[in-house]
Each structure stands twice: as C-alpha cells, then as structure tokens.
Design a protein around this ligand. Structure first.
Ligand code: F6P
Ligand code: MN
Length: 424
C-alpha cells in the first residue's frame, strides 16, 4: 500500500521539535562560535573581515527569528549557482512557511539559508559555521580511530587469498560504518557526539533491524564476474563516521573486492556535520600530521589512491544540498544520475540520505525498501542508516512493535536502531 504522506510540523512528528528547537539551537550555536572567534578573524584576516562577520551575525539572528515566528520561506538572494533551482522549487510551493511546508524542504532550506548568510559576503568564503564542531569531533574520536585503523590493517592481512575472511571482515567493517552514523552533530544539536573508544560492534547486533550484507557480498561477486567493480559512496558525516568509510574503502580496495571507489561529499556545510571538501582535506591532513606512524602511513596510502590515476576519487554536486528526494534526481540532476549508473554498487550513508531515498514519506514500516524507492535505482544500492526520525521501511511484522516495547516511544529518534538495506 502506498501512502503519499509527507512529514509536516505536526505535534506528533519529529519534524516539530526539529524546527521548533533543534534548528534554532543549531543557528544559535553557529552565532556563538562566530562571536567568540571574531577576534581571531581580525588577527588572521583583518578588520574588514571582522566587520563582515558582524553583518553575518545579524543575518543569522534574523534567520533564527524567522524560523521561530513561522515567517514565509523567501527566495534566495545570493549568487550561488544552485539558487535558481532552489527558487524554482520554492515558487512551486503554495505559501511556503517554516512550520507549514514539508519538513524535508524546510530543514534543507534552513541550512541553505545559513549558507546564504555566509555567501552574501563572498570574502567569507573560507568560513564554515560548523567547522569548529566538526574538528573537535574528529579530535575527540582519535582513540577510536586509531583502533579502527589497526583493525582494518589486520582485516586486510587476514583476508589475503581467504574468501571466508573477506566475507567476515566485510560484515564487521560495514557494521562499523553503519554505527558510525550515530555520531552526527545535528541530532545532538551540535553537542559533542562521538565514540571516544572503538565501539563493540557485536553488542549492537540486537539493534540492527535489517541486515542485507549477504546481498551486498553477492553483488560484489556478480559484478566481479562481469569485469571491473566500481563502488560509489554517498558520504554523510565527518569525524568518526568518515574514518569508518575510509576504512571500509581501504579494506575493499586492498582485498581486491573493489577496483574503483568514488566518494560523494556536500558542496556546502550541511546538517552540521556532513563532509565538505574542506573537511575531507582537513581529515586527511590531520591523520598525516598525527604522531602515530600507523595513521601517518595509512593516510599516505589514501592520499596516493586519491592522486591522479589512482583508484579513489572525491567530488561534490549541488543536488546533494537540494531539498529534492532522490526520485527527482533524473529530472533535476541527470548528470549525477548518469554518474551513479556506472556503479556496481552505490552505498548511501545516514539518515538524511535515507529520508531522500524513500521520499521522506510516512510509509507503513513493512513496505518493501524497493517499493519505497519509487523507481530510483541508478544502480544496485545499499543504505547504511541509523534511524534518527520517524520513518523507516523494510521491517518485518512485529519488529517495530518490539522496538517500541523495549526502547520506548522515542525508539526511532536517537540513532539507537539501524538498518542495512539493499535493492537492485
Ligand atoms: O547525519 P544524518 O544521519 O543524515 O542525520 C541527520 C539528521 O537529520 C535528520 O534526518 C533530521 O533532522 C535527523 O533525523 C538527523 O538528526
Ligand atoms: Mn549528516
């Protein structure tokens, strides 16, 4: 049964506390950081930049007020290339307002407006309002990351010419990648939210509601029979999660399961912790400069792979920072759709990507994943998502009821549960 019901700011939906509390807190946190750091900006970039930051603080305060008082969603006024698309989408809405329009639109629009406020002063192009939070999160996760990098090296070693071991370690590393998605800084409204030590993956299995890793393994093997195996990873958060993505990629490449990997990041700071090109470079540099020699050598291998002619690549596309769900990709970003078509597998990380895969609709929980994709299938795909809002599909009868009973009313909100879902 298909129900075409979007999430709005109904009191009963998670959309409501997100827009009423979480988004204003996130904007206020960005404001605090800017106020606090303005002295450093003066030192590094001169008084002129400091004055622009003061103007930016004014624009963000106004934005916060607009959200809280349910003002209309106004067209974007910066000069960025994607604003034509945004303004077209806004113009197709009838009286778009913060609390009356679809949640996927309003929440994405909030982040795009934060960046409009920055981009209205092109001299502030270096500024990521969430940069400090992301950097602190990576530094706070260093112990966990060191352990993960060492585990990955051991997994690669154990898997040389050993298919059973490859299968086992694929399982382990995909789980780390999944649970790494708990560490996002938007669900925590910018509060520190990371693993200080390496999580014990096995203990989390009772929270894994769907596990399609068998199908992923089969897909790698089928693709291998056909020739080159190409993986695309649509990234989500920087910090521990990005490191878990790197480690999975390292294992897949080093063990020969995959020939080429392309990573997709966000062109703009997005949902607080999503990976931008700046985060990507900063993360690799941080590992290179760290005192641990194992980390240094791993980072140097990764940088080589990302160099010219190497098997890894990274790019961004405006569509990832649009409010469109993925069934609209063919129409709004046909170039991106055809890039994904070359993949043997596309991995989509995280909650927001999942919402966009299934159209952010209120599906009955037992709806088949493929049905919820509504025709979006550029290639075989897999979602690795911890559940952080009130929509999920692909569950079996009784699973949701059991989770509700064991964990309570908010079982779908803090990323306690996760799914690994495949469709081809
Ligand atoms: O980083 P993720 O996993 O996409 O999560 C992003 C956040 O966005 C939401 O989808 C909406 O706020 C949440 O459910 C979650 O807090
Ligand atoms: Mn995210």
């Amino acid at each position: 049964m298909l129900i075409n019901l979007h999430f709005f700011c109904n009191l009963r939906d998670f959309a409501y506390p997100t827009m009423k509390e979480r988004v204003p807190i996130i904007i206020t946190k960005a404001l605090d950081t800017l106020n606090r750091k303005n002295k450093i900006f003066i030192k590094d970039h001169g008084q002129e930049v400091a004055d622009l930051v003061i103007a930016l603080v004014g624009r963000l305060s106004k934005l916060c007020y607009e959200v809280k008082t349910n003002k209309p969603l106004t067209p974007l006024t910066d000069k960025a290339e994607d604003n034509e698309c945004w303004n077209r989408i806004l113009s197709e809405e009838e009286n778009p307002c913060w609390f009356n329009s679809a949640w996927l639109l309003t929440e994405c629009y909030a982040y795009r407006r934060i960046m409009e406020a920055v981009m209205l002063s092109p001299q502030l192009g270096f500024l990521d309002p969430f940069g400090e939070q992301k950097r602190e999160a990576l530094i706070g996760a260093m112990n966990a990351i060191k352990a993960l990098v060492r585990n990955t090296q051991a997994a690669v070693k154990a898997s040389i010419d050993d298919s059973k071991s490859k299968r086992h370690h694929l399982n382990q590393l995909m789980r780390v990648c999944l649970w790494g998605n708990r560490c996002d800084l938007s669900i925590s409204a910018g509060q520190s939210n990371t693993y200080g030590e390496m999580p014990e993956i096995e203990t989390l299995d009772s929270y894994l509601l769907t596990d399609n890793i068998d199908q992923v393994w089969n897909q790698f093997n089928v693709a291998r029979l056909e020739g080159k195996v190409v993986l695309h990873v649509v990234l989500d958060n920087a910090g521990f999660e990005l490191l878990s993505d790197f480690c999975l990629a390292d294992f897949l490449t080093s063990s020969g399961l995959v020939d080429r990997i392309h990573f997709h990041g966000k062109p703009l700071p997005w949902f607080v912790s999503d990976v931008t090109p700046m985060d990507w470079d900063w993360t690799l540099d941080q590992l290179t400069n760290c005192e641990d020699t194992v980390m240094q050598s791993m980072a140097s291998v990764w940088k080589q792979r990302l160099g010219d002619g190497g098997p890894w690549s990274f790019s961004v596309h405006d569509f990832w920072c649009s409010p469109c769900d993925f069934s609209r990709m063919k129409r709004y970003a046909p170039d991106l759709h055809s890039i994904l078509e070359e993949a043997s597998l596309v991995i989509f990380k995280g909650d927001l990507n999942y919402r966009k895969l299934i159209g952010d609709l209120k599906w009955p929980f037992c709806t088949p994943f493929k049905e919820a994709l509504r025709g979006f299938q550029p290639a075989p795909l897999c979602a690795l998502r911890t559940i952080k809002c009130d929509t999920v599909v692909g569950l079996s009868e009784g699973q949701a009821e059991k989770a509700l009973e064991t964990t309570g009313e908010d079982w779908m909100i803090p990323g306690t549960y996760g799914v690994i879902q495949f469709s081809s």
